[in-house]
Design a protein around this ligand. Structure first.
Ligand SMILES: Nc1ncnc2c1ncn2[C@@H]1O[C@H](COP(=O)(O)OP(=O)(O)O)[C@@H](O)[C@H]1O
Ligand SMILES: [Mg+2]
Length: 400
């Protein structure tokens, strides 16, 4: 359909077509923005959740360590004869306020307290553990309960007892884990949406490109079309980056001399610096000997270029980027250190988060991709920065 479009027979209402293009691109752009925001929220929530989970795991362990079950016992007339400390804590009633009293006076049947004990009285079999929710004044408490008859060593029937364990923390933990799964699913959904956006985006770009050919460069309509094409290409960049970030990738590893490899990547960056007529010097601090590492040189080039472009963008006016390679025990350390504006303490915690960017034209995916690729190589990346002085990214990889 696109191929049949001939710009010379444009309908008279060309401007309405233009409006349609702009509004479509605008909508896509804001949808994408929204997706970005959501992804960021998701990531922040994931971080929070993980921190909470860790904290709660510790708490739960402490709780399990210190916890003894609450125990309530009644005699044959269903008067309370034992009420321990844990029962006091869990059920919110003091021992002295319930000893000797009828069970049903203290705990009405609706509360759920004593049900397993009554069951045990009514049947011969040993009661197993059941989960139930106790309805206490002001709170619903999930518990694991066991009820048993109580018979002394001479075989005298004394009554029945019930022991219960508070499951609130456990339940809360399970809920958190469920939320964690939901958040992960949301992240995957973002990737799917990105994928879906890509095709119509290609259509819009192609359509606009075709139309543009029908106008000379100085025509105002051509200028509008060029804007659309630019918009589409910037959206495309975001979508491709997002896909790179979320796609499961396998590495094509080979043995690489890092010295030679880094040198050629830096030449790439130098061409870029030249093109933009920037006064930036790249300083190589390389060892004389080759350093062999198992890596996917193409994917790792993406790592280095992303870091180098960030460095270039961080330098206002003149500056230097020091690139070093050195071996340390069984690792090779690559550093990219710039004399740029630096990163504040609050920002540095977020820079690896997808969609975090401080740049007007940024995608915020560069460092997320960098970290992903480094981690796929079982390497490590760290960053140090000082506002006004510069930033240093350090990658550590195992030497083969
Ligand atoms: N070398 C650097 N110097 C200063 N800030 C940096 C540097 N590298 C990254 N940043 C900060 O981290 C943010 C995220 O970087 P990145 O993930 O590459 O996304 P983008 O470059 O699209 O903004 C940047 O917007 C910037 O604020
Ligand atoms: Mg970047």
């Amino acid at each position: 359909m696109m191929g049949k479009l001939d710009p010379s027979n444009l309908p008279p209402d060309f401007s309405s077509v233009m409006d349609w293009f702009s509004s479509t691109v605008g909508r896509l752009e804001s949808a994408y923005q929204e997706l970005g925001n959501q992804f960021q929220t998701v990531n922040r929530e994931l971080d929070d959740t993980n921190r909470r989970l860790e904290y709660q795991q510790r708490q739960l362990n402490a709780l399990l360590e210190s916890m003894s079950p609450g125990v309530v016992m009644v005699d044959q007339e269903l008067r309370i004869t034992v009420f321990n400390r844990s029962a006091e804590r869990l059920l919110g009633i003091q021992e002295r306020d319930c000893l000797g009293r009828q069970l049903s006076d203290v705990f009405p049947p609706g509360s759920g307290v004593g049900l397993s004990l009554l069951d045990a009285l009514n049947q011969d079999a040993l009661g197993g553990q059941t989960e139930r929710t106790l309805h206490l004044s002001g709170a619903n408490v999930p518990v694991a309960v066991t009820g048993n008859k109580v018979i002394d060593s001479e075989g005298n029937f004394l009554g029945a007892m019930e022991s219960f364990t508070d499951l609130s923390e456990l339940k809360r933990l399970q809920a958190e884990m469920q939320q964690d799964r939901v958040l992960r699913a949301l992240g995957e959904m973002a990737a799917t949406v990105a994928h879906e956006i890509r095709n119509p985006l290609g259509g819009i770009g192609g359509y606009a490109g075709l139309l543009a050919r029908g106008f000379p460069p100085e025509d105002p309509k051509r200028k509008l079309l060029d804007k659309i094409i630019q918009g589409v290409s910037s959206l495309n960049k975001i979508v491709s980056n997002l896909l790179v970030y979320t796609r499961r990738t396998t590495l094509q590893k080979t043995q690489v001399d890092v010295v030679e490899w880094f040198d050629s990547v830096l030449s790439h960056a130098e061409i870029e610096i030249e093109k933009e007529a920037r006064q930036i010097e790249i300083v190589r601090e390389f060892p004389a000997e080759p350093v062999l590492v198992e890596m996917d040189p193409e994917r790792f080039q993406q790592v280095a270029l992303n870091l180098l472009f960030n460095a270039i963008q961080a330098i206002e006016g003149e500056g230097q980027i020091y690139c070093s390679i050195r071996s340390e025990l069984k690792n090779v350390i690559l550093e990219i250190r710039d004399s740029g504006k630096g990163i504040s303490a609050t920002e540095i915690a977020q820079i690896f988060t997808p969609f975090f960017t401080t740049k007007e034209q940024g995608t915020g995916l560069g460092l997320a991709i960098v970290r992903k690729i480094v981690e796929l190589h079982e390497g490590e990346i760290t960053v140090e920065s000082e506002v006004g002085k510069g930033t240093c990214f350090r990658i550590s990889l195992r030497i083969s």
